[in-house]
Structure formats: structure tokens, C-alpha cells
Write a protein that binds this ligand. Sequence first.
Ligand SMILES: C[S@@+](CC[C@H](N)C(=O)[O-])C[C@H]1O[C@@H](n2cnc3c(N)ncnc32)[C@H](O)[C@@H]1O
Length: 194
Amino acid sequence: MSHKFDPASMEKLLRAERAEFQPVEPLLRLLDPRPGERYADIGCGPGYFALPVAERVRPGGKVYALDIAPEMLAMCRRRARERGLDDIVVTLQNGEHTIPLEATSVDGAWLANVFHELEAPLEFLREVRRILRPQGKLIVIDWEPVEMEMGPPLEHRVPREAVCEALEAAGFGGLATHAIYPYHYVIEAVRESA
Ligand SMILES: C[S@@+](CC[C@H](N)C(=O)[O-])C[C@H]1O[C@@H](n2cnc3c(N)ncnc32)[C@H](O)[C@@H]1O
């Protein structure tokens, strides 16, 4: 059974210290979002990463902020409205491994601190592949499976090798890992065309 983040604790995802160990800028550099592009933040929570990406894709772009928890979507929507981003950020409720977006409809996607919560990772990644355009980029960020004072329990964490294996099985290639965060691995992958 997977472990889901409790929406009642969502303020933890927005605390100021997060910027010290998981700043947004490195993700922006990897994704390189441009005006007019479309991205999916899957398991968006209150939109820690979704909102800064939304700033980069305007005018004309979209960030689909997807989450299984309606409380997270409501908070993300509220924060987008407060920042004047409600025409860019589109909140949508995700299924456990179904994404309510058309095939090849996004230029890129990311899963931040979500992979370890998935009940069916392979089915989920196949669904992410479906919504990405060919050669579209997926970034997976998740907790290193080592003891530390914060983050999910060790037994729920997923080693990066298992994530890479699932990505390849789901039809992603060009895998690269980036050592940009002290407590998290960051894996970049592209949707192969075949
Ligand atoms: C630890 S929070 C991370 C939130 C956000 N990505 C961040 O880094 O601030 C994990 C989020 O994934 C969501 N989640 C878990 N399983 C999901 C699924 N199958 N599809 C979409 N969202 C999911 C949870 O509801 C929660 O909001």
C-alpha cells in the first residue's frame, strides 16, 4: 500500500526553508519553459513548482496542475489567482493512474515528491508518456532512500534505480540524473517516439 501525503499538512510544502534544500530555479533550468508552451505538474500539491513555471510560459502557455486530492487543487488554484496566473494554471483532478489530458498535449511534465506515493508506477508512467509530445521531457524528483530528519518514512522511499527501470519500461529514454538537491535525486527522461 502506498503512502499519500496528508493534504492537512500542505503548509509543510510551502514553508520558507524548502527554498534552501529544494529551490525552484534548478528545475526551471532543466525544463527551460518558454512562452506559449504547455506543461503538466502531476501531483502538484499547492503548486510550489507549478506557479513559477506558469510565470515562464505566459503569454499563451498553460500549466496543467494535476492532483488526486481536491484540497491540494483548491489551494493551488487560490495561490494562482492571488498571483494573477489563473488564466495560465489549469487545475484538474487526476485518477490514481489516469490523467485527464489529450494524447501528446504537453511539451513537458514533472513529478516532484510524488513517485514514492504511486500505487501503480508503471501504469502511471505509461499515462505520462501518452500525454507528452514526442521528445517531450519528464523530470522525476524524489527523496533519496537514506535516513534523514524530514520527508517520508524510509520504507516508502524508492531508489533511483527502480525509477529509471520503470521509466525505460514505460517507453522513456535519454535518462540523465542531476545532482542538484542535497536530499533528492533528479532524473530527466524523454518520451521516445516509437
Ligand atoms: C508530497 S506531495 C508533493 C506536492 C508537490 N509536487 C510538491 O513538490 O510540493 C505529493 C502529492 O502527490 C499527490 N498524489 C499522490 N498520488 C497521486 C496520483 N496518483 N496522481 C496525482 N497526484 C497524486 C498527493 O495528493 C500530493 O499532493
